[in-house]
Design a protein around this ligand. Sequence first.
Ligand code: FAD
Ligand code: NAD
Length: 451
Amino acid sequence: ATLSSYSNNGKKNVVILGSGWGGISFLQHIDESKYNVTLISPRPHFLFTPLLPSTPVGTVDEKSIIEPVVNFAVKKTKGNVSYYEAQATKINHAENTVTIKSFSHVNPFGASKNPESIKKNDSADIKYDYLISAVGAEPNTFGIPGVEKHGMFLKEIEHSPKIRKQFIENIERANLLPKGDPERKRLLTLVVVGGGPTGVETAGELQDYVDQDLKKYLPSIAEEVQIHLIEALPVILNMFESKLTSYAQKVLEQTSIKLHLKTAVSEVKETYLVAKTKVSDTESKLEEIPYGTLIWATGNKPRSIVTDLIKEIPEQEGSRRGLLVDEHLKVKGLNNVYAIGDNAVAGLAPTAQVAHQEAEYLTKVFNKNQIGSAKPFKYLHYGALAYLGAEKAIANITYGKRQLYTGGGLITFYIWRLLYLSMIISWRSRFKVMSDWFKLALFKRDFFKEL
Ligand code: FAD
Ligand code: NAD
């Protein structure tokens, strides 16, 4: 079936793919009185990714950082807005349609305004006049054997309880084994691969749990837990200046996280991984590291819906990181398809900050009817922040090229908290995160194996 729900009301149909930083920011800012708006995403919630590393150990509750798509959609009362909880499988650019599949239900807002409905497991084509692709990216394993099977990612909210469960089960199993047993040591070893901000923040949060909570329940186990952080480059957090990265390294080592720099993981087996450390320009050393829990955080690669589209457009040839866009965020080689966020290649880092600004820019262009005549998109960098554990963070706060603050430590940790609170895009979520932090000051973390 081809659905073109709103084709008769004289307004253009804008279809958004994705309910992440790009898609939801676009939905929030688009003037729905001027366009018929349809959002398609298999994920029925927005995820505030900056606090995702805090959830596996229960510093922040999983539900605090997700917000249902419907909560954003119901605020759009001036026109037609609908949401399909569905996976877009193909962009048919010649027909101006998107094929959607495997949806559990369709959730049309203002049912009387939306004439169409489709049944479970149907496939359908949705017609668009303008398409906004904001499907993000997926974890990259670089094809390293064993990662998919044995490693865990931290990219979506459902990854978080999986990490917690495995860690708890390993603690329980280790507790039954005698001290000195190599199996006990393995079970209590956590390896985080990737020293980007995801890996560093996750390692820091895990160590916080061990030092602040586990030590009180099971001191002998807590003493034996060893967290490793493995990074292929000579530095961690390479987007920060060297003064801040060396501070970060020092903090991690003080909290007893074992750092392996210039070390690339090349193979993952069920109970150990193989890591290759560069010792000189010509020499490297191979090491086997037994692990109980493996978290893989080595960055992202494009999704198949994006790579499939790239193959069909000559102007996109050779693009390996995502959809090449022009200075107006229009996908090169297409007339009415735009890409924002991690699935777009605009010469900027794949961050929430970029996705959000791109969405704001594009909605301004759409709302002012300046499609084709707008000024180019200009990104304003507000800096970067990262939590290290032990109530220490690093921050480099800027306004474009102007440096406003650079620092690391406890004060920066409070600045980090304040700025993250201000970045949360809903009051419900902001309130919940604040109460989680307040609760943490009084009680231990919620560290449940399952609910
Ligand atoms: P996403 O937010 O990933 O959203 C993609 C959406 O598309 C999702 O809803 C997904 O379900 C949907 N989708 C996927 N496939 C399809 C499909 N086929 N059809 C339809 N929809 C689809 N950035 C910062 O600036 N600051 C930070 O502190 C920060 N912290 C981070 C912490 C972690 C742990 C992670 C993983 C990332 C962090 N980032 C941070 C990066 C930031 O989250 C991303 O750059 C941002 O999410 C990109 O937004 P996006 O809309 O492109 O993609
Ligand atoms: P990343 O790409 O920033 O870092 C991945 C790291 O893994 C790299 O340093 C890379 O050298 C390393 N690596 C790759 N293969 C490896 C291997 N086989 N063995 C060992 N190390 C290997 O990924 P990320 O940390 O997930 O971040 C993704 C994006 O999200 C970035 O743009 C980042 O800025 C953003 N982000 C920002 C924050 C923040 O601002 N606090 C937090 C998380 C993510």
